[in-house]
Design a protein around this ligand. Sequence first.
Ligand code: C5P
Length: 298
Amino acid sequence: MRPRRFRSFAKINLGLEVVGRRPDGYHELRTIFATVSLHDIIDLTPTRNRISVRSEHPAVPGDETNLAHRAAALMQRIAGGGAGVDIVIHKRIAVGGGLGGGSSNAAAVLRALDLMWNLGLGLEGLMEPARMLGADVPYFLFGGPALGRGRGDDIHPLDLRIDHKVLLVPGPGGVSTAQVFRRFAEDGGPSGTPSRIDSFLRRPLSPGTLRNDLERAAIAESPALAEVARRVRRAGQAAGAVLSAMSGSGSSFFLLFSDAAGRAAANRELRDAGLATVRCSFLSRRAYQNRFEIRNAG
Ligand code: C5P
């Protein structure tokens, strides 16, 4: 049978604030998610019962520990058995990069199987399985600009037009989310300073004031990350970036520019310094939905 082919987009966090500690041990967050055009491609082929996952990327697990596999297993349970799927992930989003790649893949499998198996769950019905899979998965059901609260899984879509040019700098990896939150807590936890996200949302003129509260902890955990952060910041400053920040708990950084020339200059400098970069653009919520399936695949 021919596979159906889907795009699984990456996100960046335009600002990430840690507001407090929750009774469940997680941290209370406030963050603005935004989808960028960088994406993995996922091929799904229906099977009789079997669920399998594979990828040519060595860091993507080929077993049931893969979040995409767990997403398919959840959907199989909801469907009441009798259908399976072979999942092939063509990886382009940096793994462990704070770009939500694994969560995006899982959400894509949820959405795609809802379509392929005619379950009719829709956004509402997929919310619960998404939450069970991880804090970032619910966001990827929506896409586009959205405010995330709670563990990051309480999603409020935003009518925000962001059209800055994005330059992504996938980081060296190697720092786990849990490690970064632990270091953040050890270093004193939430600072209690006023939310810049709140003031940005009241007057969304420039994202330049937004901050990522986890950046210091991530840098403290990894000298390699500290070096990337320094180079990205310097290139951004020289080329007139509007914002230079880390995404999620790292290890990717990004620069935002109001014009392509600034981005091109920073891109040259970072590449000359031996860093990989990805130029991309933001996606609206509508574009995120419309560009999900790639038709005529095969
Ligand atoms: O959501 P994810 O499984 O990636 O989170 C990994 C770890 O990061 C959690 O087990 C928790 O220790 C920490 N975390 C947190 N607060 C959040 C999200 C994650 O403390 N909102």
